[in-house]
Design a protein. Structure first.
Length: 152
């Protein structure tokens, strides 16, 4: 992903958070405060699938043509996501969603995650949706912390 594109998305997320701070949720647990609509259910299914190590639940939450982007990956396919990212489920214990902002067919989430070895990681995620399923997912790793399989 080009740096200008990444910067633009970060600014968009900042603007959404600034304008819609009233929709952000308190850190009272993963599913607390998620919208009841299909997009909120897809968000919940995404994080729950990692916690339960349930690929079928994950696959059911993802739209055809799903792509994943992170500082390490640029719009990779579902097949590549399963190979590169899904094995991280073995390292995930739980998530606690700190802030959730849903605006139409996009959502921004800030969360704390814990590995099975008790390490904390904090990330920001940007979702887009199509027909109530996740069509794209962008993960922004927290400063000084990488995703659980990085060995840090």
């Amino acid at each position: 992903m080009k740096m200008t594109t990444l910067f633009g998305r970060i600014l968009t997320v900042w603007a959404i958070l600034s304008c819609q701070a009233g929709f952000a949720q308190s850190p009272s647990g993963q599913a607390a405060g998620l919208p009841d609509g299909p997009n909120g259910k897809a968000i919940n299914a995404y994080y729950t699938a990692f916690e339960k190590k349930d690929w079928n639940l994950m696959q059911g939450a993802l739209a055809d043509g799903f792509t994943f982007t992170s500082p390490l990956d640029d719009h990779i396919s579902l097949k590549a996501f399963k190979v590169r990212c899904w094995p991280n489920a073995d390292n995930i214990k739980r998530f606690e969603l700190d802030k959730v902002v849903v605006s139409g067919d996009s959502a921004f989430v800030i969360y704390n995650g814990w590995t099975t070895s008790g390490k904390l990681f904090r990330n920001s995620d940007y979702f887009t949706f199509k027909d109530g399923k996740i069509s794209s997912y962008e993960c922004f790793f927290g400063p000084g912390i990488n995703y659980p399989n990085s060995g840090k």
